[in-house]
Write a protein that binds this ligand. Structure first.
Ligand SMILES: Cc1ncc(COP(=O)(O)O)c(C=O)c1O
Length: 409
């Protein structure tokens, strides 16, 4: 059981108001709020450490090195990986690009196939589109079922020996369906394909064990897990990290180079970490993951599912609310108010103190399928309460063409 009232005291942002209402933050799919321990960790770095990582020969710098590598170990523990399999990046987008460029460009060739789905975020889709164009590989789409889910059966229909990469999200960011990653990895590996998991919407919400999933790569961003912006992670099996290219070269990642152009890179993960990293964000991410582990990922997941179900049961009964994903496993509610443009409805929610997102949610191919030009996405996290859910339900009930357009006059 979560003690949400106590948890909420850890988040200074939850004391804010919006439009003279207590803030109800239901945009956690975009980014999450930060607990005081994360803010303190970032401030601690700037107040007491403030030096570069892996570069200095003095006490302060050694302390930073220690904190930085300790953060890597915390990420490894969080994912059940090895420390040397954790690459720090600027976020999920960079992690996913790194695999497409560093692995895809090196190993794909004409005739190979990459499988993805229409439900993917642009940060999965676009790097593979570009990599396929450059290598001559083909990008094929796994058909979604009627609800918009990725199923193992549908993967079986399109997978062949030509498939070398399957790139997809563990939880999709618009419909919030959980994808059977473990089974997909098992199937892919029998045919020699690798699986690149976009964990941006799963890692913050469900327990992850990369060894159990047996995925080849997994990407996520700290800012969606109560951590700072500007830092993320690429987990990769060590043997794959070792074989693939780095796409960013520079200081910190090389062991030596000479005037003939011979470059010897360090071993993973350091060969991928050129340039000064976001040190304070890495240290803040460590605090965020420790915070989540202390609450327990199972507890977080269970609580979100209950709150989600509570909201869905109420919205289902409203004829004027079009729900696109009522059976999803994540805390994502994607909907529209009948006859109201999504952005106008989001503005109505704003005037009632509720932050939701409207638009295409970086998954432009999915909208054709949903037969709409935009949707509203409310996404919850473990610090949201039943009282906030009640207020959200009440505002959904009162939303109509008249009330939503009234806001503009
Ligand atoms: C499923 C998914 N993948 C990737 C990303 C990209 O994350 P970031 O912007 O932190 O790089 C997001 C962000 O919304 C996402 O929802």
């Amino acid at each position: 059981m979560l003690n949400v009232e106590n948890i909420r005291k850890d988040f200074p942002m939850l004391k804010q108001t919006m439009q003279n209402h207590p803030l109800i933050y239901f945009d956690n799919g975009a980014t999450t709020l930060k607990p005081q321990s994360v803010i303190d960790a970032v401030v601690h770095y700037y107040t007491h450490l403030s030096t570069n990582a892996h570069r200095g020969d003095y006490d302060l710098s050694f302390k930073v090195d220690h904190e930085f590598e300790e953060a890597r170990q915390v990420v490894a523990d969080f994912l059940h990986a090895q420390q040397k399999e954790i690459v720090f990046t600027s976020g999920a987008s960079e992690s996913l690009n790194l695999v497409a460029y560093g692995y895809g460009r090196k190993f794909l060739k004409s005739g190979d196939v990459v499988l993805t789905t229409e439900a993917e975020h642009a940060s999965t889709m676009l790097p593979w589109m570009r990599t396929c164009e450059e290598t001559g590989a083909k990008l094929n789409y796994i058909p979604l079922d009627e609800e918009g889910r990725v199923t193992l059966d549908n993967i079986r229909k399109v997978i062949t020996k030509k498939v070398k990469v399957i790139a997809l999200a563990q939880v999709t960011n618009v419909l919030g369906f959980e994808v059977p990653i473990k089974e997909i990895c098992s199937l892919a590996h029998t045919l020699g394909a690798i699986v690149v998991v976009d964990g941006a919407q799963s890692v913050p919400h469900i327990p992850i064990d990369v060894q159990d999933l047996d995925c080849d790569f997994l990407a996520f961003s700290a800012h969606k897990c109560c951590g700072p912006t500007g830092v993320g992670v690429l987990y990769g099996k060590y043997e794959l990290l070792d074989r693939m290219d780095s796409f960013l070269l520079g200081g910190g990642s090389n062991a030596r180079y000479d005037m003939c152009g011979n470059i010897l890179l360090k071993n993973p993960p350091h060969k991928f970490e050129s340039g000064t990293p976001a040190i304070e964000a890495v240290i803040g991410m460590k605090a965020a993951l420790l915070y989540l582990m202390n609450i327990g990922m199972e507890n977080i997941h269970r609580y979100e599912q209950e709150l989600h179900q509570y909201i869905i049961s109420a919205l289902e009964k409203m004829d004027h609310i079009i729900l696109y994903n009522k059976n999803c496993e994540a805390g994502i509610i994607t909907f529209n108010v009948k006859d109201v443009f999504a952005q106008d409805a989001a503005t109505y929610f704003n005037t009632n103190g509720i932050a939701v997102r409207s638009g295409q949610h970086c998954a432009k191919l999915l909208l054709d399928r949903l037969n709409t030009s935009a949707t509203i996405r409310a996404s919850i996290y473990f610090y949201n309460t039943k009282e906030e859910a009640d207020r959200f339900i009440e505002v959904c009930r009162s939303a109509s063409m008249e009330t939503c357009l009234d806001v503009f006059f």
